[in-house]
Design a protein around this ligand. Structure first.
Ligand SMILES: *Cc1c(COP(=O)(O)O)cnc(C)c1O
Length: 434
């Protein structure tokens, strides 16, 4: 498998290089050179496949010979070891639950796959791998739990002070071992900027073997394609073959993976990009002008992104035919008030509790279905509602079933280091804590 930089198609690397370097020096993003359609036989057999089987088939197709088949199969089975069920709520309304992994969010798919790919490529005698990761809440927990105890690796998590939920903070700060947490006095965009700057800092790169675990890493994106195929397979069982996906979007990795699956032949009618007030992409889809903004804080905080880093990949996928993107993708954005109302409506109508991110996707699907009645609508549930207890009124909160793993976390001691959003301070911390 070969990948190129979206900023310079002549700059080409092997999968292993793209995994460890995350981002090309030219600040583009890595994309597979070849994104071929899966063979017809795959689609014929799809309804019979399990999720790990789909994962293996899709990974092998994309990765080609980057990892030998037997190793890839074992890796995939270890990484994708929890289900992604599609639940019917109403006629043509389905929810794809992506929160059954260890951190209770869809980011477990990316983080578990990536950590295992990195560990697979890591030679025992090599310099320790230092993973830097900025999180708006869910990434950090998934990455921490993905890498916890993986030999010869260390993870440094940067999270915005006071902007992650209690459970998210516990998932970030109670791991110990090879995981350290930095609480940054700033926004998620500040955290992301610090990490990005670290990767371009000559001295840090001389001292450490740095890598990123953000959704810009191609090894995070690939496993997110798996559950789109798996969801489609489940809908075929329901007799549905015309499918639309509504995706709660922040950095646009999740929906980007859906588009990648589409490129590999998954017959999706429409992708609905659902955002909170950070509406850079929905605004672009309306006006044709792409205008990144500073992020604003919302109750769906994992989507508080004003300049979605994966947009470059989506633009690259459709560089030859932007009109096709406009045809395939619709955007909606919602205020916090609309989000709260959607959470209430889902509960009232289906006796089902959705987190605020998921509520935004449900609402977008509703709005889209006003004028499109015939397709099965699937909205992606990106996190378990128990991760965001403060946003629910008591009447809903009391219906959330808290999983066992959360009860265990609550008994543990948080450990973190507090820093400002200033790069020098972050740099000094890294250099003086080798
Ligand atoms: C990260 C996250 C999102 C946004 O996903 P992107 O891939 O960044 O668009 C949505 N919901 C939840 C719960 C998340 O953690």
């Amino acid at each position: 498998m070969k990948l190129y930089s979206t900023n310079n198609t002549a700059h080409q690397v092997a999968f292993q290089d793209a995994v460890f370097n995350s981002m090309p020096q030219d600040k583009g993003l890595y994309m597979p050179i070849e994104i071929a359609r899966l063979p017809d036989s795959f689609f014929t057999e799809l309804p019979q496949f399990t999720l790990p089987e789909i994962a293996f088939q899709v990974a092998r197709h994309l990765l080609q010979d980057a990892i030998p088949e037997a190793d890839l199969k074992a890796l995939v089975e270890d990484a994708i070891n929890f289900p992604a069920p599609v639940i019917k709520l109403d006629e043509n309304v389905y929810v794809l639950e992506l929160f059954h992994g260890p951190s209770l969010a869809f980011k477990d798919f990316g983080a578990r796959f990536m950590s295992r790919v990195m560990s697979y490529f890591l030679q025992p005698d090599e310099k320790q791998l230092d993973v830097l990761v900025a999180t708006s809440g869910d990434t950090g927990g998934a990455v921490a739990l993905g890498f916890l105890g993986v030999p010869n690796t260390r993870v440094t998590i940067l999270y915005p002070k006071g902007k992650v939920s209690q459970i998210q903070e516990l998932q970030l700060t109670t791991n110990g071992q090879n995981i350290r947490a930095l609480e940054i006095d700033g926004t998620f965009d500040d955290c992301q900027a610090l990490v990005k700057q670290a990767f371009t800092d000559a001295e840090l790169n001389a001292q450490f073997r740095l890598t990123s675990a953000n959704s810009i890493n191609i090894a995070r994106l690939i496993p997110q394609t798996f559950y789109y195929f798996n969801a489609y397979a489940q809908l075929l069982h329901e007799g549905k073959s015309k499918v639309v996906f509504a995706v709660p979007s922040g950095n646009f990795g999740n929906i980007g993976a859906g588009l990648l699956a589409w490129k590999m032949g998954l017959p999706v009618q429409q992708f609905i990009a659902a955002t909170n007030a950070n509406d850079t992409v929905p605004a672009f889809l309306k006006s044709g002008v792409y205008e990144p903004k500073a992020s604003v804080q919302t109750i769906a905080n994992a989507m508080d992104v004003g300049n979605p880093s994966n947009w470059m990949r989506i633009a690259d996928l459709f560089k030859e035919d932007l009109a096709q993107l406009n045809h395939l993708m619709t955007g909606y954005s919602y205020t916090d008030e609309e989000t709260r109302k959607a959470m209430q409506q889902v509960f009232d109508q289906y006796n089902y509790v959705v987190c605020p991110h998921t509520a935004i996707a449900w609402r977008a699907l509703q709005d889209w279905q006003q004028t499109h009645l015939d397709a099965a609508g699937v909205f992606l549930s990106t996190a378990h509602p128990c991760k965001f207890p403060d946003v629910f009124p008591e009447s809903i909160a009391s219906h959330i079933q808290v999983p066992e793993q959360v009860k265990t976390l609550e008994a543990q001691q948080k450990q973190m280091v507090s820093l400002s959003n200033n790069f020098e301070g972050f740099r000094n911390y890294l250099l003086s804590n080798q």
